[in-house]
Design a protein around this ligand. Sequence first.
Ligand code: 1PR
Length: 523
Amino acid sequence: MITLLDYGAGNVRSVINAVESLGETIRIASSGEDILAAERLIFPGVGAFGNMMRILNEKGFAAPLKAYLAADRPFLGICLGLQALFDGSAEAPGVTGLGFLPGTVKRFETDLSVPHIGWNGLNARKPSRILNGLSGREKVYFVHSYHVATDDASAVLTTTDYGNPFVSAVQKGNVIATQFHPEKSGETGLRILENFIRPDVAPYLPIGMSGTTRLAKRIIACLDVRSNDQGELVVTKGDQYDVREDGEVRNLGNPAALAGRYYRDGADEITFLNITGFRDFPLEDMPMIEVLKQTSRHVFVPLTIGGGIRDYTDKNGRRYTALEVAAEYFRSGADKVSIGSDAVYIVEEYLRTGRRTGESTIEAIARVYGNQAVVISVDPRRVYVASPGDTPHPVIETDFSGPNGEGYCWYQCTVKGGREGRDVDAVTLARVCETLGAGEILLNCIDRDGTNAGFDIELINAVKGAVTIPVIASSGAGCVAHFHEVFTRTQVESALAAGIFHREEVPIGELKRYLSGKVEIRL
Ligand code: 1PR
């Protein structure tokens, strides 16, 4: 029996699913006594440090947790569950951590994108039961803006390089904690969890765990989901956002089944976009929640879900906040939520007033679940101009001139699935969303979507150059060479595709084999 400490923020469903897939039963600790009675305790921390410690204290969990740790009982902390073990965090000055290990948590100081999101390696300092059976060349999934700094070198189990080396796992006796997410690290992560769970696993030092580790470029499979005219929830795919063919919504398969296939094929992440979310309300559209629940039961890589994340009043006059909608998605197995239309309205408001309210969807979700949980999905379209003075928006000089030979363009943001253009450009949108606390930009391009013509490198460089958070290049992938192009001609951390994967034109495994040796990739 495994006890799981759920303090009510973030995606504990993934940890439960991963542990249950190993044949174990989970019990949720709902009191201090449950913590003290645990045989093996897993503490998956998700969200923000200050919020976590406040809830641990309010629920009376902090004191029993300290007693459990002090008694050297089997413990596995994950992500914030590692950071909680230390004295405090720069993320929440003045808030005291559990103080089990000496040291504090600080923000990454690097020229690289922060958060550190993606698959990176481990460099082991000492043998550990959780490393048993690993070759040392595996990569595991990280998503965090803060990392621990400790003087207690004996507690450091692994380090990982991101600019500089940082502590990626600690162990003191039976207390183990990882900055990465084993429950999101595919087969490697399941092995690590199994090593923690099973009794009598011997400590082990993998031979390959040495040298500098490198963050892999991520390959993301995207599933645009909506109900077809028969009312079934299907994966669809548009050409420049038009998903109908001969009047019918294209049906490319069952969302959970397709996600399972991409997981087995080696996708580093999976994104679901509920493309009619702007007009339907996700909490009424329970099939989408069901898709997420089913998928997270057998897919152990990060899941992002977008569509309809906004405040909403239902037909009975009950008001739901975007935070409540997001919370339901997180509870159902999502690791990140992506915000499309609402982000455009928020940025318009910000540009109009020149100040942040602290209340926007982006800020509210980031405050509770952390910046890394908030992805902004941008749906821009090119607007050509003959000269930069023809528009107040920032323009780029383009190699692909417009229909009348225009040599410049700006990227107009749209809402409602590309149906309505707004007076905001994609570069400004990305920059403001970063200021408001977004953790990642999913950069689509309506002009390229479904065309197989390759990613819009000009758009990607313009947006990537304007922000310090990671950017996902999306729209237009038609062959393996397009991924190589986007990873070598831009600085993006990941690339997303839909059509070529759904139509099985380019299997993910084949794409990764092609990229291997050319760019850092998780095989
Ligand atoms: O506005 O917060 O409700 O979110 C709605 C979400 O649904 C947004 O993220 C928006 O991008 C998405 N969406 C809305 N309508 C469509 C549509 O296609 N009619 N899909 C749509 C967006 C774009 C990509 C696509 C890539 C790769 N899909 O995600 O997967 O372009 O395609 P490709 O590789 O085949 O070229 P809200």
